[in-house]
Design a protein around this ligand. Structure first.
Ligand SMILES: [Zn+2]
Length: 118
């Protein structure tokens, strides 16, 4: 699955927009509902999930190719969307952190080195 890193570079924002992040209320696990690229009266929606087996993540997709275990475009798009989500969450966490107004330069240096608390 190392190809995912290489292929995310060619995933367009429009394709990422076809992925909707959903959190399973019972398990708390996030998965993606990915719309098909082509509109045919309605979008076909596929479910992309990541499952952890023996410490490794595997993605599943409900499209015909995905059901055969093929690394279909939906899995690639969802992986890219997940990456975007993680980055956005990180930025939001950083920007919503209250900014201390009276920090001396030594403390600031430590904060910069250690990063902001999560
Ligand atoms: Zn698929």
């Amino acid at each position: 699955m190392t190809t995912i890193t290489n292929t995310t570079a060619i995933v367009t924002p429009a394709q990422i927009a076809l992925c909707e992040r959903v959190v399973d209320a019972t398990t708390g696990q996030a998965f993606y509902i990915v719309k098909s690229e082509h509109y045919d009266e309605n979008y076909t929606e596929y479910t992309v999930k990541a499952i952890k087996i023996a410490g490794r993540y595997w993605t599943t997709c409900t499209c015909p190719a995905g059901l055969k275990g093929v690394a279909c475009k939906h899995k690639i798009w969802a992986a890219a969307a997940a990456q975007v989500h993680k980055t956005q969450a990180k930025v939001e966490a950083m920007t919503s952190t209250p900014v201390a107004t009276n920090v001396d330069s030594a403390t600031l240096a430590v904060l910069c080195q250690e990063g902001l608390p999560n």
